[in-house]
Design a protein around this ligand. Structure first.
Ligand code: AMP
Ligand code: MG
Length: 492
C-alpha cells in the first residue's frame, strides 16, 4: 500500500549543513497508544492508516514511508543563560512536512526515535511518562487556545530506556508549523555563516510570515513578527497560569508555538514566584519571569539578524534595538486584552490594569486556586444562571469582597447583558486544565501498572476545557495536600 502521508519536504531542500540525514532506529515491539484522529484528518492523513500495522511501524520509526526525508536538524542555544554552540535534534527526527487542509505546512516529527549525530551522550530515546505528558499537555494547550505543537500519535516501543531506573520506552509524533528555533539562527550566526542565515530568513518568512516577504527590510520584518508572536504566546501562558519551565533559546520557535513540554506545569494556587522544574534552582524560568525571558531570547534572535538588518553596523543595531524595545508593550497589550476578557470587560479603560493586578495580589496572598477563581468569577457575572458550576469546589475568601464590589461597578460601566457576558467569560476561563496531580497520576498508572485508562480519560476531559460538567468535578478540583506536585522533571 502506498504511504498516504502527502509529504512535501521543504527543509530537506535546504543545504546539507542545516541537518544530518538520519533514519530512525527501529524499536522491538511497537504498540499503539493513541492516534489523534481529528488532527490526522486536518493534516490530510487517514487516521485508519495510522492505526494499521504499517502506520504503527511508521509512528515507531520501524519503517520510513515513501516520500519521507528523515533528518535531524542542527541548532544551538542558550540553556539557562549558558551558551551551547551545538545542540540539534538529539532524540527527534523530522520525517517530513505536509500541507494541511488549511493551507499551512506542518512538520511531522518523531520524538524518541533513536540516536542522531547530535545526541552527544544521550540515547535518543524517550520514556513513556514524558511522552504521555507531552501528549496530554500539548493537546490541552491547543484546546485552551494557546499556539502549540500538537501530538499526532504515541506508541510504546516495547524497549526499556534507562534513566535512574529502567522505564518503558515510547515514541511521540509531534506536529508543528516548523521546528525552527531562535537557536537555529544562533547556530549559523555563531559560525558566521551569512548565506545560511539568509536562506533561513527566507525559509521562515515563506512558511510563517509570507506577507512580509516583499517588505523593504525582510530581516526587520521577521524580527518584528517574532516579537509579536512571542508576546502573544507568553501572554496566553500567563493568562492560563502555565509555566513552561525551560525557556531556553533552543526551545522557542519562530512560528510562535509552544514547544518542548518537559518540566512544564500549570499552577494550582496562584503565586508569581512559582517554579516547578527540578533543575531550575535559581527560578530563572519562574512564572513571573516568563515575559522578560522571552524578551531576552528575542534579543538573541536580533543579534543573529544584525548582519541582515543593514550593511552599516550602527544602523543595524539601532533597528534591532528599536524593534526589541517594543516587546514589553506588545506583551502588555496582549496580556491586558486577555485579562479583560477573563474579567468580562469589553473595552480597555483606565484602571483595568490595576484591577487585574489587585485581583492577582489577593489571589497570591490568599493562596487561591488560579483556574477555579477565574471560573467562579464567570459564574458570578450572571448570578441567576441555573447551570451547575464550580461553587461547590471553591470558596472565594472574604478578603476578595471589596475587589468584587469594584469589579461589579466596572462591569456596570458597559452595556452587556449578563448572560452574554457570562458566556464570553466561560470561553476565557477554563474549568479544566491538566492539573499536575492528575497528569502525574495518569503517567504513574501507565508506567507502573500498564494502565492507560487514566491517560485516555484525562485526555478526553481536556478536549473540552471550557465546558464545565459537574460529573467531572474530580478533574476540576485542586489537589488535596497530599496530592500536591511540587517539582517536575524533564524526564528526557
Ligand atoms: P531539551 O531539554 O528537551 O530541549 O533538550 C536539549 C537538548 O538535549 C536537545 O539537543 C535534545 O535533542 C537533547 N536531548 C535531550 N534528551 C536526549 C536524549 N535522551 N538523547 C539524546 N539527546 C537528547
Ligand atoms: Mg528542546
Amino acid at each position: 500500500m502506498p504511504c498516504p502521508i502527502p509529504f512535501d519536504n521543504s527543509y530537506a531542500r535546504l543545504p546539507a549543513r542545516f541537518y544530518a540525514r538520519q533514519e530512525p532506529e527501529p524499536v522491538s515491539a511497537p504498540s499503539l497508544i493513541k492516534v489523534n484522529d481529528r488532527l490526522a484528518a486536518e493534516l490530510g492523513i487517514d487516521p485508519g492508516w495510522l492505526k494499521s500495522s504499517e502506520g504503527i511501524a511508521t509512528l515507531a520509526g520501524n519503517q520510513v514511508p515513501d516520500g519521507a526525508s528523515p533528518l535531524s536538524a542542527a541548532y544551538a542555544g542558550h540553556q539557562f543563560g549558558g551558551w551551547n554552540p551545538q545542540l540539534g535534534d538529539g532524540r527527534a527526527l523530522l520525517l517530513g512536512e505536509v500541507i494541511a487542509a488549511n493551507g499551512i505546512r506542518y512538520d511531522i516529527q518523531l520524538k524518541g526515535s533513536g540516536r542522531t549525530p547530535w545526541s552527544r551522550g544521550g540515547d535518543g530515546r524517550a520514556p513513556l511518562g514524558p511522552v504521555l505528558r507531552e501528549y496530554l499537555v500539548s493537546e490541552a494547550m491547543a484546546q485552551l487556545g494557546a499556539p502549540t505543537s500538537r501530538s499526532l500519535a504515541a506508541v510504546s516501543s516495547g524497549d526499556q530506556v534507562y534513566r535512574e531506573t529502567a522505564l518503558p520506552g515510547a515514541v511521540l509524533t509531534r506536529v508543528a508549523q516548523s521546528h525552527i528555533r531562535i537557536g537555529t539562527f544562533q547556530y549559523f550566526s555563531a559560525r558566521g555563516d551569512r548565506e545560511a542565515l539568509e536562506l533561513l530568513l527566507q525559509h521562515v518568512l515563506e512558511r510563517h510570515y509570507p506577507d512580509s516577504l516583499e517588505a523593504d527590510n525582510p530581516a526587520l520584518e521577521l524580527l518584528r513578527q517574532a516579537i509579536n508572536s512571542q508576546a502573544r504566546l507568553v501572554a496566553r501562558w500567563q493568562l492560563l497560569g502555565f509555566i513552561h519551565g525551560v525557556m531556553n533559546t533552543d526551545n522557542m520557535l519562530l512560528s510562535g508555538e509552544t514547544i518542548d513540554y518537559g518540566p512544564c506545569a500549570f499552577m494550582d494556587q496562584f503565586h508569581p514566584d512559582t517554579v516547578f522544574s527540578s533543575i531550575d534552582h535559581a527560578g530563572r524560568y519562574a512564572y513571573r519571569n516568563q515575559p522578560s525571558i522571552a524578551h531576552w531570547n528575542l534579543s538573541c534572535l536580533a543579534q543573529c539578524l544584525l548582519p541582515l538588518l543593514d550593511a552599516d553596523e550602527k544602523v543595524a543595531l539601532d533597528l534591532a534595538q528599536t524593534a526589541i524595545d517594543a516587546f514589553p508593550d506588545r506583551f502588555l497589550a496582549a496580556y491586558l486584552q486577555g485579562m479583560n476578557a477573563k474579567l468580562g470587560l469589553g473595552e480597555q479603560r483606565d484602571g483595568d490594569r490595576e484591577l487585574g493586578q489587585e485581583l492577582l495580589s489577593i489571589m497570591a496572598r490568599q493562596s487561591m486556586d488560579f483556574t477555579l477563581s477565574f471560573r467562579r468569577l464567570a459564574e458570578l457575572a450572571s448570578p441567576d444562571t441555573d447551570q451547575a458550576g464550580v461553587a461547590g469546589l471553591i470558596t472565594l475568601p472574604d478578603a476578595l469582597q471589596p475587589w468584587l464590589e469594584t469589579w461589579r461597578v466596572r462591569m456596570a460601566q458597559e452595556q452587556l447583558e449578563p448572560a452574554r457576558r457570562q458566556a464570553e467569560m466561560f470561553l476565557a476561563n477554563p474549568a479544566f486544565i491538566p492539573r499536575n496531580h492528575l497528569v502525574e497520576e495518569a503517567l504513574a498508572k501507565a508506567t507502573d501498572l500498564q494502565d492507560l485508562e487514566p491517560f485516555h480519560k484525562l485526555l478526553s476531559v481536556l478536549e473540552n476545557p471550557f465546558n464545565y460538567r459537574p460529573e467531572l468535578s474530580d478533574f476540576a478540583l485542586p489537589p488535596r495536600p497530599e496530592q500536591v506536585v511540587r517539582q517536575t522533571f524533564c524526564g528526557t
